[in-house]
Design a protein around this ligand. Structure first.
Ligand code: AMP
Length: 218
Protein backbone atom coordinates (compact mmCIF):
# COMPACT_ATOMS: atom_id res chain seq x y z
CA UNK A 1 0.00 0.00 0.00
CA UNK A 2 1.19 3.48 -0.81
CA UNK A 3 -1.06 6.03 0.76
CA UNK A 4 -1.17 9.71 1.62
CA UNK A 5 -3.22 10.67 4.65
CA UNK A 6 -4.02 14.30 4.99
CA UNK A 7 -6.35 16.60 6.84
CA UNK A 8 -6.29 19.38 9.46
CA UNK A 9 -4.42 19.01 12.76
CA UNK A 10 -6.23 16.82 15.27
CA UNK A 11 -8.30 15.03 12.67
CA UNK A 12 -6.84 11.66 13.64
CA UNK A 13 -4.18 11.18 10.93
CA UNK A 14 -1.60 9.80 13.35
CA UNK A 15 -4.06 7.43 15.03
CA UNK A 16 -5.39 6.12 11.72
CA UNK A 17 -1.87 5.84 10.28
CA UNK A 18 -0.82 3.62 13.21
CA UNK A 19 -3.82 1.33 12.61
CA UNK A 20 -3.00 1.10 8.90
CA UNK A 21 0.61 0.26 9.73
CA UNK A 22 -0.65 -2.69 11.81
CA UNK A 23 -2.80 -3.79 8.89
CA UNK A 24 -0.31 -3.39 6.04
CA UNK A 25 3.06 -3.42 7.88
CA UNK A 26 3.90 -0.22 6.03
CA UNK A 27 6.56 2.34 6.81
CA UNK A 28 4.84 5.13 8.75
CA UNK A 29 6.37 8.36 7.50
CA UNK A 30 5.18 11.30 9.56
CA UNK A 31 7.01 14.55 8.91
CA UNK A 32 5.68 15.88 12.24
CA UNK A 33 7.23 12.91 14.10
CA UNK A 34 10.51 13.22 12.18
CA UNK A 35 10.70 16.92 12.99
CA UNK A 36 9.83 16.38 16.68
CA UNK A 37 12.54 13.70 16.86
CA UNK A 38 15.06 16.15 15.36
CA UNK A 39 13.93 18.80 17.86
CA UNK A 40 14.32 16.40 20.78
CA UNK A 41 17.86 15.54 19.65
CA UNK A 42 18.57 19.24 19.07
CA UNK A 43 20.03 18.58 15.61
CA UNK A 44 20.60 21.67 13.40
CA UNK A 45 17.44 20.72 11.48
CA UNK A 46 15.49 20.34 14.73
CA UNK A 47 16.67 23.72 15.99
CA UNK A 48 15.68 25.32 12.69
CA UNK A 49 12.23 23.68 12.77
CA UNK A 50 11.41 24.45 16.40
CA UNK A 51 10.34 28.09 16.03
CA UNK A 52 8.04 27.26 13.12
CA UNK A 53 6.48 24.29 14.84
CA UNK A 54 5.87 25.84 18.23
CA UNK A 55 4.11 28.82 16.68
CA UNK A 56 1.92 26.58 14.52
CA UNK A 57 3.53 27.56 11.20
CA UNK A 58 4.82 25.26 8.49
CA UNK A 59 8.48 24.34 8.35
CA UNK A 60 10.01 25.47 5.00
CA UNK A 61 9.29 23.19 2.05
CA UNK A 62 12.94 22.39 1.28
CA UNK A 63 13.44 21.01 4.81
CA UNK A 64 10.48 18.62 4.74
CA UNK A 65 11.03 17.61 1.10
CA UNK A 66 14.58 16.65 2.12
CA UNK A 67 13.22 14.58 5.01
CA UNK A 68 10.85 12.70 2.72
CA UNK A 69 13.65 12.03 0.23
CA UNK A 70 15.64 10.39 3.04
CA UNK A 71 12.66 8.47 4.42
CA UNK A 72 11.85 7.02 1.00
CA UNK A 73 15.41 5.89 0.28
CA UNK A 74 15.07 2.33 1.63
CA UNK A 75 13.56 0.04 -1.02
CA UNK A 76 11.26 -1.49 1.58
CA UNK A 77 9.76 1.92 2.39
CA UNK A 78 9.28 2.66 -1.32
CA UNK A 79 7.14 -0.44 -1.70
CA UNK A 80 4.81 0.13 1.22
CA UNK A 81 4.34 3.46 2.98
CA UNK A 82 1.85 5.73 4.66
CA UNK A 83 2.60 9.43 4.43
CA UNK A 84 1.12 11.21 7.44
CA UNK A 85 1.17 15.01 7.31
CA UNK A 86 3.05 15.26 4.01
CA UNK A 87 2.49 16.89 1.55
CA UNK A 88 1.05 20.05 3.12
CA UNK A 89 1.67 22.58 0.34
CA UNK A 90 1.45 22.55 -3.44
CA UNK A 91 5.25 22.66 -3.94
CA UNK A 92 5.53 19.66 -1.58
CA UNK A 93 2.88 17.75 -3.57
CA UNK A 94 4.69 18.50 -6.82
CA UNK A 95 8.05 17.51 -5.36
CA UNK A 96 6.50 14.24 -4.18
CA UNK A 97 5.04 13.54 -7.62
CA UNK A 98 8.47 14.12 -9.16
CA UNK A 99 10.13 11.82 -6.63
CA UNK A 100 7.56 9.06 -7.14
CA UNK A 101 7.93 9.33 -10.90
CA UNK A 102 11.70 9.07 -10.60
CA UNK A 103 11.33 5.98 -8.42
CA UNK A 104 8.67 4.60 -10.78
CA UNK A 105 6.18 4.30 -7.94
CA UNK A 106 2.42 4.87 -8.06
CA UNK A 107 0.12 5.82 -5.21
CA UNK A 108 -2.73 3.53 -4.15
CA UNK A 109 -4.75 6.30 -2.60
CA UNK A 110 -4.97 9.78 -1.14
CA UNK A 111 -7.24 10.04 1.86
CA UNK A 112 -8.53 13.34 3.15
CA UNK A 113 -9.90 13.16 6.69
CA UNK A 114 -12.15 15.97 7.85
CA UNK A 115 -13.65 17.15 11.14
CA UNK A 116 -15.08 20.58 11.95
CA UNK A 117 -12.88 23.21 13.61
CA UNK A 118 -14.65 23.35 16.97
CA UNK A 119 -14.21 19.64 17.43
CA UNK A 120 -10.52 19.97 16.49
CA UNK A 121 -9.85 22.67 19.09
CA UNK A 122 -11.60 20.52 21.71
CA UNK A 123 -9.65 17.38 20.72
CA UNK A 124 -6.25 19.05 20.75
CA UNK A 125 -6.89 20.75 24.06
CA UNK A 126 -7.48 17.26 25.48
CA UNK A 127 -4.59 15.50 23.71
CA UNK A 128 -1.60 14.25 25.70
CA UNK A 129 1.43 12.33 24.47
CA UNK A 130 3.83 9.97 26.21
CA UNK A 131 7.34 11.46 26.19
CA UNK A 132 8.84 7.94 26.05
CA UNK A 133 6.78 5.77 23.67
CA UNK A 134 4.75 8.46 21.89
CA UNK A 135 1.37 6.90 22.65
CA UNK A 136 -1.50 9.36 22.27
CA UNK A 137 -4.15 9.86 24.97
CA UNK A 138 -7.29 11.94 25.45
CA UNK A 139 -7.90 13.44 28.88
CA UNK A 140 -11.60 12.69 28.45
CA UNK A 141 -10.72 8.97 28.46
CA UNK A 142 -7.89 8.78 31.01
CA UNK A 143 -9.02 11.53 33.41
CA UNK A 144 -7.74 15.10 33.73
CA UNK A 145 -5.32 14.14 36.52
CA UNK A 146 -3.46 11.42 34.59
CA UNK A 147 0.28 12.11 34.26
CA UNK A 148 1.83 8.77 33.31
CA UNK A 149 1.55 6.45 30.30
CA UNK A 150 -0.41 3.23 30.82
CA UNK A 151 1.82 1.54 28.23
CA UNK A 152 5.32 2.32 29.52
CA UNK A 153 5.01 4.56 32.59
CA UNK A 154 6.52 7.54 30.71
CA UNK A 155 5.56 11.12 31.50
CA UNK A 156 2.57 12.56 29.63
CA UNK A 157 2.82 16.04 28.16
CA UNK A 158 0.86 18.44 25.98
CA UNK A 159 2.48 19.48 22.71
CA UNK A 160 3.30 23.21 22.70
CA UNK A 161 1.44 23.53 19.38
CA UNK A 162 -1.69 21.82 20.76
CA UNK A 163 -2.34 24.87 22.97
CA UNK A 164 -5.19 27.12 21.75
CA UNK A 165 -3.08 29.95 20.16
CA UNK A 166 -0.91 27.71 17.96
CA UNK A 167 -3.94 25.51 17.16
CA UNK A 168 -5.79 28.51 15.74
CA UNK A 169 -2.71 29.34 13.64
CA UNK A 170 -2.41 25.71 12.46
CA UNK A 171 -6.04 25.76 11.36
CA UNK A 172 -5.46 28.97 9.39
CA UNK A 173 -2.35 27.50 7.80
CA UNK A 174 -4.30 24.37 6.89
CA UNK A 175 -7.05 26.42 5.32
CA UNK A 176 -4.66 28.56 3.29
CA UNK A 177 -1.88 26.18 2.31
CA UNK A 178 -2.99 22.58 2.68
CA UNK A 179 -6.67 22.58 1.76
CA UNK A 180 -5.93 23.55 -1.87
CA UNK A 181 -4.31 20.10 -2.17
CA UNK A 182 -7.80 18.61 -2.08
CA UNK A 183 -8.38 20.10 -5.54
CA UNK A 184 -4.92 19.08 -6.71
CA UNK A 185 -5.56 15.45 -5.89
CA UNK A 186 -9.21 15.55 -6.92
CA UNK A 187 -8.17 16.68 -10.39
CA UNK A 188 -5.96 13.66 -10.69
CA UNK A 189 -8.79 11.46 -9.31
CA UNK A 190 -6.71 10.23 -6.47
CA UNK A 191 -8.82 11.44 -3.60
CA UNK A 192 -11.29 9.99 -1.16
CA UNK A 193 -12.77 12.10 1.63
CA UNK A 194 -13.65 10.45 4.94
CA UNK A 195 -15.48 11.94 7.92
CA UNK A 196 -13.12 11.71 10.92
CA UNK A 197 -15.78 12.70 13.45
CA UNK A 198 -16.81 9.11 14.04
CA UNK A 199 -15.32 6.67 16.50
CA UNK A 200 -11.74 5.53 15.69
CA UNK A 201 -12.68 1.93 14.77
CA UNK A 202 -15.43 3.07 12.44
CA UNK A 203 -13.15 5.52 10.61
CA UNK A 204 -10.52 2.77 10.29
CA UNK A 205 -13.10 0.42 8.78
CA UNK A 206 -14.12 3.05 6.23
CA UNK A 207 -10.48 3.51 5.28
CA UNK A 208 -10.03 -0.23 4.82
CA UNK A 209 -13.22 -0.48 2.75
CA UNK A 210 -11.87 2.20 0.46
CA UNK A 211 -8.37 0.77 0.23
CA UNK A 212 -9.47 -2.83 -0.38
CA UNK A 213 -12.19 -1.85 -2.82
CA UNK A 214 -9.88 0.46 -4.67
CA UNK A 215 -6.89 -1.83 -5.09
CA UNK A 216 -6.49 -0.67 -8.69
CA UNK A 217 -3.58 1.74 -8.94
CA UNK A 218 -4.51 5.35 -9.61
P1 AMP B 1 1.91 17.27 12.80
O1 AMP B 1 2.52 16.39 13.84
O2 AMP B 1 1.73 16.57 11.48
O3 AMP B 1 0.65 17.96 13.27
O4 AMP B 1 2.97 18.44 12.51
C1 AMP B 1 3.37 19.31 13.53
C2 AMP B 1 4.08 20.50 12.94
O5 AMP B 1 5.25 20.07 12.22
C3 AMP B 1 3.30 21.31 11.93
O6 AMP B 1 2.43 22.25 12.54
C4 AMP B 1 4.44 21.98 11.15
O7 AMP B 1 5.02 23.03 11.90
C5 AMP B 1 5.46 20.87 11.07
N1 AMP B 1 5.25 20.02 9.89
C6 AMP B 1 4.88 18.70 9.86
N2 AMP B 1 4.76 18.25 8.60
C7 AMP B 1 5.03 19.32 7.80
C8 AMP B 1 5.05 19.52 6.39
N3 AMP B 1 4.74 18.53 5.54
N4 AMP B 1 5.38 20.76 5.93
C9 AMP B 1 5.70 21.76 6.77
N5 AMP B 1 5.68 21.65 8.10
C10 AMP B 1 5.35 20.45 8.63
Amino acid sequence: MRIILFGPPGVGKGTQAKLLVEEFHSAHISTGDLLREAMKKQTPLGLKAQQYMESGNLVPDDVVIGLIGEALKPEEAQQNFILDGFPRTLPQAKALDALLEKLNIRLDGVVSLHVDNEEIVRRLDQRRLCSTCGRIYTLGCIGAEATTCANCGGQLYQREDDKPGPVRRRLEVYQQQTKPLIDYYRETERLVSIDGTHEIGYVHKQLLDYLYRDKVHV
